[in-house]
Design a protein around this ligand. Structure first.
Ligand code: SF4
Length: 457
């Protein structure tokens, strides 16, 4: 009963968040930056922020996360962090020699008004940025938005690296959004089967899910290269997966370099994957390859085989907007009832979209953007659910209320597998469904009377 003080009665709160359903912007910026080959994320602020952001990512990905910091002390906090930044850029290129430094700000450097573009200009003017090396930056104040906003801002700064040569490269940009490294691998596998040449950015596959080789590489082999990022301006088009994570970058390429973009949902579940595959098929001008149709058929088969155990089950969801939109659609398509949905990321569009997806579900849905997990717990107390899907922090609610629970999203701090087993695409749909059925049927086996306890389900 760790959350035993959560009251059932709901009081509207405007000035207090309890158990946030989000984390800080720089964590998203840092994760995105790790998806560029040879990139070192740099935190422009105090050491404590950087240490927290690195440890948050290490705990989820179970990999060492390299990042540097401007190491603000009292002086920088009062007089500004420019001197620290210029020194840092010089030190980083001298000591670590990355291809790119990806700078993000923190609450402190934003509050004192440090101007990153001006500092970059000064570093260029002073010759601190070596020939052929790059410094990109994103403004990521944590008192606005969430880790999703920080991710989006850094991906947008990658799109700003485009340097079109005026000759189409025959490729399609795919911006996958904040998904696991294995999900990025799966997206590349699907595009290769369909026969579409792509530039995927960012791409953390091979960076945060690599093998233990006995040799430490500060810059692992994976990641989108600078040459690829520069070439995004010559691509045939951009598919941005997720409005919150990827759309800003796609629109930047569209506006600046006339690379047309389509904003799709993240390909979680049957219907969102269908739309993604159809978009790729249209671009490639091919019919759906047999291999893809086979995988789709397997997912449909599993849904229809096990539908009786899914039908009408009430679900509570917590996570990030792009993921939750696709997951809600997946659950509704299987006749499940996602009735309580919370994200910590702001955006009224999220609530509107969820209401559209759930409008024919035949019951009321509680949905809140910029909400918290305390509210989710209160909703569950008022109307219990059969299943919770969300990050590791849900384990407290699941334990207190004795509810089956599937870990999915960010962060997952107490289990393994999320880096290696994708949940995007049809194969990912099978994985999600297997996890959902696993906990629901475990509960059934536990609760059934002896006369109803069945060997075959
Ligand atoms: S001060 Fe701001 S950027 Fe730093 S850890 Fe706290 S919320 Fe995140």
């Amino acid at each position: 009963m760790l959350l035993r003080h959560t009251p059932t009665e709901i009081t509207e709160r405007t000035a207090l968040t309890i158990n946030p359903a989000k984390t800080c912007q720089p964590i998203g910026a840092m994760y995105a930056a790790l998806g560029v080959h040879g990139c070192l994320p740099h935190s422009h602020g105090s050491q404590g922020c950087c240490a927290y952001h690195r440890s948050a990512l290490t705990r989820h990905y179970k990999e060492p996360i390299s990042a540097t910091t401007s190491s603000f002390t009292e002086g920088a906090s009062v007089f500004g962090g420019q001197a620290n930044m210029l020194q840092a850029i010089n030190n980083i290129f001298t000591v670590y020699n990355p291809e790119v430094i990806a700078i993000h700000t923190t609450c402190l450097s934003e509050t004192i008004g440090d101007d990153l573009p001006q500092m970059k200009k000064k570093a260029h003017a002073e010759g601190t940025i070596p020939e052929g090396k790059y410094v990109i930056s994103a403004s990521t104040p944590s008192y606005a938005g969430s880790h999703v906003t920080g991710f989006s801002n850094m991906v947008k700064s990658m799109a700003e690296m485009a340097e079109p040569k005026g000759k189409k490269n025959g490729k399609v940009n795919i911006i996958p959004g904040w998904v696991e490294p294995c999900d990025m691998e799966e997206i590349k596998r699907l595009t290769a089967i369909i026969g579409v040449k792509t530039i995927l950015f960012p791409d953390t596959s091979g960076v945060l899910n690599g093998p233990l080789s006995g040799e430490y590489k500060m810059f692992p082999d994976g990641g989108t290269t600078v040459a690829e990022l520069q070439s995004t301006g010559d691509s045939l088009g951009t598919l941005a997966l997720g409005e919150w994570c990827s759309a800003d970058a796609a629109r930047t390429l569209d506006t600046k370099h006339k690379v047309p973009c389509s904003i799709l949902d993240m390909p979680f579940g049957l219907m969102a994957t269908d739309r993604f595959i159809d978009a790729l098929r249209t671009i490639a001008g091919v019919t759906i390859p047999e291999e893809i149709a086979y995988e789709r058929g397997q997912l449909v088969d599993m849904i229809s085989d096990m539908h009786q155990y899914l039908y009408g089950k009430k679900v509570a969801l917590v996570g990030d907007p792009d993921q939750l939109i696709a997951m809600t659609e997946f659950l509704v398509s299987m006749d499940m009832k996602p009735i309580h949905i919370v994200t910590g990321t702001p955006g009224n569009k999220f609530e509107k979209r969820i209401k559209e997806i759930t409008k024919d579900m035949g019951c009321e849905v509680n949905v809140r953007a910029k909400g918290d997990m305390f509210l989710l717990h209160q909703w569950i107390k008022n109307e219990p659910v059969d299943l919770i899907i969300g990050n590791t922090y849900c384990k407290y609610i699941a334990r207190d209320e004795d509810i089956p629970y599937v870990r999915w999203g960010f962060p997952i701090l107490d289990r393994q597998g999320h880096q290696y087993f994708p949940t995007v695409g049809y194969k990912g749909g099978l994985r999600l469904l297997e996890k959902i059925l696993g906990v629901l049927l475990d509960r059934k086996d536990r609760d059934d009377s002896e006369t109803k306890f069945e060997l075959v389900l």
